[in-house]
Design a protein around this ligand. Structure first.
Ligand SMILES: O=C(O)CCC(=O)C(=O)O
Length: 267
């Protein structure tokens, strides 16, 4: 039986984002938490440090489960894939990316508005992220915010460096820059999600989102963002892709299955 209600699936489809309350037990979060500092102490070549001022630090890394057992166990055995599949109404999931995003206390930068679609070579349909915080999240500690419904605007905005807001180097123009959503949040139907530990956000790859700075002096904001493609997703090559510099051996318009985007779950 699915642990996801039909109204949660409809919210995801209509708004492009849904907060799944109580999705993960403390045991799963403790497991990830035990491995975060190990990853930060031995970052991969894909890791980034967006800011290191005072006590602040915005650290990101990718594909932790390829080198860390705790992340691997979470990916294989936690309910994450089953929940994602239910929300995508899919009987198969490919894993596209794992992204660790740590905003330490005193990190005075937002995560700039962007959507994930142009950073990857995946079709619009059936591609989403599951943002799983390991700490409670408030507006003061780096809450995520979304322009609800923006996944249906039919636009693809130019990718930016999420921690600096600058254009990603070499980025294609697409439909230009995203509008200044913070200037008029009501117009863009913005919702900010404060979350308890155990809650998780599931959002469409075309939904515009951003996150607040972590202004607190002592609360970390550690989050794992998993990107999944469902059974209808196809390979869509792009001129510019920061996340995958090599061209995978896939056919344009064809299925994603292969080493680059392994099938991680089947019904
Ligand atoms: O964690 C953040 O600050 C931003 C996360 C994000 O943009 C994403 O998961 O796509």
């Amino acid at each position: 039986m699915s642990m996801i209600a039909e109204d949660e699936i409809k919210a995801f489809e209509n708004d492009g984002v849904v907060c799944v309350r109580g999705a993960f037990s403390a045991d799963w979060l403790d497991l990830l938490e035990s491995a975060v500092d190990t990853i930060m102490g031995d970052p991969s070549p894909l890791s980034r440090e967006y800011v290191q001022t005072g006590d602040g630090r915005f650290f990101t890394d990718h594909h932790m489960s390829r080198r860390n057992n705790a992340f691997r166990r979470f990916m294989m055995d936690s309910p994450a894939s089953e929940i994602a599949a239910a929300l995508l109404r899919s009987d198969k999931l490919n894993l596209v990316d794992e992204h660790l995003l740590v905003k330490e206390p005193g990190t005075d930068v937002p995560t700039y508005w962007h959507h994930d679609l142009p950073y990857f070579e995946i079709s619009w349909d059936d591609f989403a992220s599951f943002w799983i915080p390991l700490d409670p999240v408030t507006v003061d500690t780096g809450a995520m915010k979304f322009a609800k419904g923006s996944h249906k605007w039919g636009k693809v905005y130019k990718p930016v460096m999420i921690g600096s807001g600058k254009d990603a180097e070499g980025a294609a123009e697409f439909d230009g820059h995203a509008p200044d959503i913070d200037a008029d949040p009501d117009r863009y139907n913005v919702e900010v999600f404060e979350m308890q530990r155990g809650d998780a956000l599931f959002f469409h790859a075309a939904t515009l989102h951003a996150a607040e700075p972590n202004r607190s002096s002592d609360v970390r904001r550690r989050a794992l963002s998993l990107r999944y493609a469902g059974g209808r997703a196809t390979f869509e090559p792009r001129d510019y892709v920061p996340s995958r510099p090599e061209m995978p051996e896939l056919k344009p318009g064809g299925p994603l299955d292969g080493d680059d985007y392994p099938v991680i779950w089947r019904a």
